[in-house]
Design a protein around this ligand. Structure first.
Ligand code: CA
Length: 228
């Protein structure tokens, strides 16, 4: 997932960006409102973190300009303006969430995750990885356009892996995003599902392992042309 961080305080920007990159996100930084719109025009972001007090163009103006044409981009306002009025204005102008400074990094990250999950659920897109295509609207998987029969759980694991194919996913993260918090899950149940998913993918693709185990870290999708 690619994020645009709009924050004029350089130290804060650097520390947020560093923390997010460490968690596997791709992060671009903009330091004023105009730069934010410029970068937004050039790239496809999954989410924007937006400060309000910005040089050149105020964050609220940036949000208004984006919302003129783009109702879908997830925008999380991160601002020192803590008044109820500011929050209401921010939400009315179309931000998806509002977090007040000072904030806890873990909370920022939790809110980002939550917004990205909502996006994955609602956005009608195909996730593609080599010969695999996951239609997230129909919840169907195809190998070179041949349908692959998967259980709901197998689909959810694969969807999450494909949506995040640029990084390694720990078993904990996959469980957190694929199982609901009420689920009474033991790790062997997770292993059972992932092993069954792998067998089905191997059967249709003839490729030994489309899901790579990275020892001590977790799992990732095999890259196009990669030999293991
Ligand atoms: Ca600021």
């Amino acid at each position: 997932m690619k994020l645009l961080l709009v924050e004029d305080e350089e130290l804060l920007s650097r520390s947020i960006a560093k923390g997010l990159r460490k968690r596997g996100y791709a992060v671009d930084c903009a330091y004023d409102g105009e730069e934010a719109l410029e970068r937004y025009g050039l790239n496809n972001y999954d989410l924007m973190i937006l400060d309000l007090n910005l040089p050149k163009l105020d964050g609220m103006e940036v949000l208004r300009k984006i919302r003129e044409n783009d109702p879908d981009l997830r925008v999380l306002i991160l601002s020192a303006r803590s008044g109820v009025c500011d929050k209401i204005t921010g939400l009315d102008e179309g931000s998806n969430d509002y977090l007040t400074k000072p904030f806890d990094f873990a909370e920022l990250e939790a809110r980002i995750r939550s917004l990205l999950r909502q996006e994955l659920r609602t956005r009608d897109v195909n996730l593609v990885c080599g010969g695999l295509r996951a239609d997230t609207a129909a919840r169907m998987v195809f190998w070179r356009e041949e349908p692959v029969e998967l259980t709901k759980k197998e689909f959810s694991i694969l969807e999450y892996l494909m949506a995040h194919q640029e990084r390694i996913l720990s078993q904990e993260e996959l469980i957190e995003h694929v199982w609901d918090s009420e689920a009474d899950l033991f790790s062997n149940s997770f292993r059972f599902h992932i092993s069954s998913l792998r067998k089905k993918l191997a059967a249709v693709s003839g490729s030994a392992d489309l899901i790579v185990t990275v020892r001590g870290h977790g799992y990732r999708m095999k890259r196009e042309g990669e030999t293991i």
